[in-house]
Design a protein around this ligand. Structure first.
Ligand code: FE
Length: 228
């Protein structure tokens, strides 16, 4: 399996292109509308057969390119069953597996940043969206966010993966590109080092963050797979 990490500078978003070298079957995770040309040209240049355009959640900070990618490549769009989208071809359920070539991408429901967060696990890697970030985690104060649920998702589902598993997040604001489960278990200031749930919830519930600048266009845009 090849994993290509792509970046949208305007929204600090990571997009991931995964493909099986043998069959050239591919999946893209968390595409960005403004990067549609870049990503579709890249997919064509590599000679890939894009099977799936998957979302880790209904984003509040950028609009997805899944609808355009589906028009271009006839791929299937996958969003959590809790995401509330009618445009998705697949309403993703916990444990669902997507195959690209012989490789398997397993969806794990990791709610808390939103009620419909999905992390994607492949051999040795996990794509965590905004559930687990590098030395941080997604905010929990809108889109049915729930700090208690996020604590459970991270500690009971993500932190039970092998320590050496590479963590690929949905964003980074400090220039980091990846982490590992072992690193975050030890060093994540919000819930690493076995921090109790009450302390995590207190941190998350008292953050008082500004509203994301694009939420009023991004969320409705993502509910129609970015075809706005
Ligand atoms: Fe988010």
């Amino acid at each position: 399996m090849q994993v290509k990490q792509l970046f949208d500078q305007d929204t600090w978003t990571y997009t991931y292109l995964l493909y099986d070298e043998k069959t050239r079957e591919a999946a893209i995770i968390d595409s960005v509308k403004e990067q549609f040309e870049r990503d579709s040209n890249y997919i064509k240049a590599l000679g890939l057969d894009l099977k799936y355009a998957l979302e880790t959640h209904v984003h509040a900070d950028h609009i997805t390119a899944t609808g355009q990618l589906r028009n271009e490549f006839a791929c299937k769009v996958g969003v959590s069953e809790f995401g509330g989208t009618n445009c998705a071809d697949i309403q993703i359920t916990d444990g669902q597996v997507f195959k690209i070539g012989d490789q398997e991408i397993k969806a794990v429901h990791t709610p808390g940043h939103t009620n419909g967060d999905v992390s994607y696990v492949i051999d040795g890697f996990v794509f965590t969206g905004d559930a687990l970030l590098i030395r941080a985690c997604g905010r929990t104060d809108f889109q049915q966010g729930d700090s208690s649920a996020l604590y459970e998702s991270i500690t009971q589902k993500l932190f039970t993966l092998p320590d050496e598993t590479v963590v690929y997040p949905g964003h980074d604001y400090d220039g980091f590109t990846s982490s590992t489960i072992g690193e975050e278990k030890m060093l994540n200031p919000r819930l690493g080092n076995n921090k109790p749930k009450e302390e995590f919830m207190h941190i998350m519930d008292t953050m008082d963050l500004p509203k994301p600048r694009r939420i009023d266009v991004a969320v409705p845009g993502n509910l129609v797979c970015g075809l706005v």
